[in-house]
Design a protein around this ligand. Sequence first.
Ligand SMILES: CC(C)(COP(=O)(O)OP(=O)(O)OC[C@H]1O[C@@H](n2cnc3c(N)ncnc32)[C@H](O)[C@@H]1OP(=O)(O)O)[C@@H](O)C(=O)NCCC(=O)NCCS
Length: 392
Amino acid sequence: MTSQFEYLSVFDAQDTKKLGAIIQQCFGSSPENWERYHKRIGIENFRLLRQEGHISAGLAIYHMGQCYGGQIVPMAGIAAVGVAPEYRGKGAAYEILTQTIQELYRQSVPISVLYPATQVLYRKVGYEQAGSYCRWELPLSNIPIQARSMTIRRVSTDNYSIFESIYTRQAQINNGNLARHQAIWQHLLESEKEQAVYAYLIGSESEPEGYIIFTQERNEQELAIAIRDWAILTAEAAKCLWTFLGNHRSQTQKVSWQGSLSNPFLLLLPEQTAKIVWQMIWMMRIIDVSLALSKRGYPTGIEAELELEIRDNLLEANNGNFSLQVSGGRGEVRPGGKGTFQIDIRGLAPFYTGFLSPRQLQQLGYLKATPKALETATLLFSGDRPWMADFF
Ligand SMILES: CC(C)(COP(=O)(O)OP(=O)(O)OC[C@H]1O[C@@H](n2cnc3c(N)ncnc32)[C@H](O)[C@@H]1OP(=O)(O)O)[C@@H](O)C(=O)NCCC(=O)NCCS
């Protein structure tokens, strides 16, 4: 774009320090947090903007994956987008995001996801709402389940590998769940200010069927269990876990967790006592249309072709007609086709994740399609509503 901006990777300790100062000021964090944060993500995964000889902005890229249709799609999570206050309102954030998106395209990253502080900025570069992150609370007095068929055993939080395979089995059947970056695992297990982090495995030692990682939070009125992470593979494990949580009720008033708009394990409770107390919608940008469509999974029983016409103001190669041929649960993308399903790069995000249905997007004016193309698209992109339990 304009020569006023220079887009850079972090070069030396001086850059790291300047970037750290911007990020700390932007997000009100401490020097200790910055040290831990950049070491976990890897300083090579930060990008900078230089203006007038000074570093004016920065962001972090988490290279990880996200599950769609049972497949893990490589994904770049964008975080810590920050512009020094004296450089704000002059297009610095727009520029660093544009440059990052172009770099990700060159690196063949199919999709990118972020949590927006403002949608206006991210929509300008092609991100759109694409999935849920909800915070739930449940009073502990309302778990009258008594299931004790499985062993629940306390385990160390030193290493996340004992949880990862259980987590992955759960993630693969939930659209939007992450193939987590190690920084996210480390954050889930870290103890802040000497607070105890409790972790338990449910089921046999050789084949556990679930786990839970939590802390206990006390405020003036009450003690609460804050679940940092959990994964449950079977109904019996879920019942035993509800029982385990209920057994805290003499001292602990409620339990909270982060996750989907609807949690299947709540079906096991007698009443609708769990409530969403907060939610945020994360945004996605399709970076490489062909790669994104060919990396995700599709319903296995369907053979169909969808002829898309895409518009993208930022990345030239995403423009034009693409034929998506689906067979055996996988998709193949070729240039060409009649373009009977027309959508721009922003509309493609909620469509791709299944956050909104093709009919809903058509109603909103986000896409134009022939009735047959709309029907095919509805079949191919059907599935559970996308969600994530992780914030980054
Ligand atoms: C949010 C932030 C990154 C924006 O940086 P910036 O360099 O001022 O943004 P830009 O000048 O590139 O703005 C690009 C567009 O986004 C819009 N925008 C920027 N910040 C916005 C805000 N807070 N609310 C609404 N729109 C905003 C601008 O109006 C502009 O749109 P326009 O061209 O139609 O006017 C910056 O204010 C910041 O660092 N804030 C503190 C940290 C933060 O909240 N980061 C975001 C984390 S997700």
